[in-house]
Design a protein around this ligand. Structure first.
Ligand SMILES: Cc1cc2nc3c(=O)[nH]c(=O)nc-3n(C[C@H](O)[C@H](O)[C@H](O)COP(=O)(O)O)c2cc1C
Length: 405
């Protein structure tokens, strides 16, 4: 039984209809205009029965007072490293400034919040809020990748006007949405514990000769987000990685599989997993022959014959023996593509097909966002355009539902 459940005293019901178990939340607040919105977040958490310990950075206290948070949370703010830190269930930081984000990425510990973050080994949810130019700066984006790779979940920032009048991505996600995600993280912590989840991610590269290959634009971001989310829910996760251009999440077992043949071998060897998420863009065809060395440049055309690769999804579907959940991805174009995804559901005997339209530049291949349709025998669910991390949450929700978790 987890510590969190052991300390449960009561059940609260939020206006959102959750049956929420009481948890201890460390609420970090940093210095930015959105700090005042953390008051509402505190109120929502306290109202659903959670124990909130506010930790304001010294700069946050230039925007809001510790006194307000102490009154809302009905507890004092720790002025030195919180002794019972290890007992907290969630570290929630909202708003997260560019400054503290950078400190967390570097592991600095120069105030009570950054010290707490370094000493805390539970789930971390943070809502960045800053000027759009600060958010899009390569330094911030590299820090974001570092935190994500370590398993920190970032919610937002969202598109909108900022306090300084700039419009762009940088606005803090609204408190009710942060609250919802925080609560579901607490609820889902053990949802997939004891389950083995296999995720394939990235795009395969099929060699033409020693240096050239036929490949695709898949970055592996969707698969990496799925692996991170499954890990967050307590699963034992293996990531079959085909040339990822994004970092792999911490706590996940990574198996390199650069070609379609490698993906087939590594995936079929682990077909007894409880959940298989085939997010990799695996080549349908590969060169029938690989030229020796590097083919020298010449005036003659180079004719390449392509042969079909193993259809891993079909093999997994055909050989199903346990009650595993099998999820395929269909990267296709337009309404006709969606129809093909529906056909794929039946012909490949999978539980769920995630369809995404790769004709659009703003979603899918090599993009931060996605907009998908979940196709299953029970019906279809369209997910609005959102970050791949948020899409991964919805896909894992559908998987957990099928597992009865
Ligand atoms: C009026 C004002 C508004 C600010 N808003 C933000 C903000 O929204 N996001 C941000 O990252 N920094 C913002 N800053 C800068 C931070 O306050 C500054 O980087 C500070 O050092 C953050 O410290 P902390 O991360 O320890 O809280 C703002 C500064 C001022 C003066």
């Amino acid at each position: 039984m987890t510590h969190w459940i052991r300390r449960r005293r009561k059940c609260g019901f939020s206006r959102y209809g959750h049956n929420v178990r009481v948890a201890r939340v460390l609420l970090g607040v940093t210095g930015g205009i959105a700090a005042y919105k953390a008051c509402e977040l505190t109120r929502l958490l306290v109202r659903t029965g959670h124990e909130v310990t506010p930790i304001l950075t010294p700069d946050a206290e230039r925007f809001v007072t510790a006194h307000t948070f102490e009154a809302l949370a009905r507890r004092e703010m720790p002025r030195e490293l919180y002794p019972h830190l290890v007992e907290a269930d969630l570290l929630l930081i909202a708003p997260l400034s560019a400054n503290t984000l950078a400190k967390l990425a570097q592991g600095l510990a120069d105030n009570v919040l950054t010290q707490s973050a370094l000493a805390f080994d539970g789930p971390v949810l943070a809502a960045p809020a800053m000027n759009p130019r600060m958010w899009s700066h390569p330094a911030t984006q590299e820090n974001v990748e570092t935190l994500r790779r370590r398993g920190v979940e970032l919610i937002g920032p969202d598109q909108g006007d900022t306090a300084e009048g700039d419009v762009g991505v940088g606005r803090m996600t609204e408190p009710d949405e942060i609250f919802e995600r925080g609560v579901s993280l607490l609820e889902m912590r053990d949802q997939l514990r004891g389950r083995r989840v296999l995720v394939t991610a990235g795009g395969t590269r099929e060699p033409l000769d020693a240096v050239r290959f036929l490949g695709n634009r898949s970055s592996g971001r969707m698969g990496a987000a799925l692996a991170a989310e499954a890990r967050r829910r307590g699963a034992e996760v293996t990531l079959v990685s085909a040339n990822l251009s994004v970092p792999t999440p911490v706590g996940v077992d990574v198996v390199d599989a650069p070609t379609a043949e490698d993906v087939a071998r590594e995936t079929l060897a682990r077909r007894d997993a409880d959940v298989v998420l085939m997010a990799a863009a695996v080549a349908d065809y590969r060169p029938a022959e690989r030229a020796e060395g590097k083919r020298p440049k010449g005036g003659e055309p180079w004719t390449v014959t392509l042969e079909p690769t193993t259809d891993v999804l079909r093999e997994l579907g055909a050989g199903r023996t346990n009650g595993a959940v099998l999820v395929g991805f269909a990267a296709d174009v337009g309404e006709r593509g969606l129809e093909r995804a529906r056909e794929k559901l039946a012909t490949k005997q999978v539980d769920l097909i995630v369809f995404n339209d790769v004709s659009r530049e703003d979603i899918g291949f090599d993009a931060a966002d996605n907009e998908v349709v979940l196709v299953s025998a029970d019906g279809e669910q369209r997910l609005e355009k959102a970050s791949k991390e948020r899409i991964a949450v919805a896909i894992l929700d559908a998987v957990a539902h099928r597992l009865g978790s």
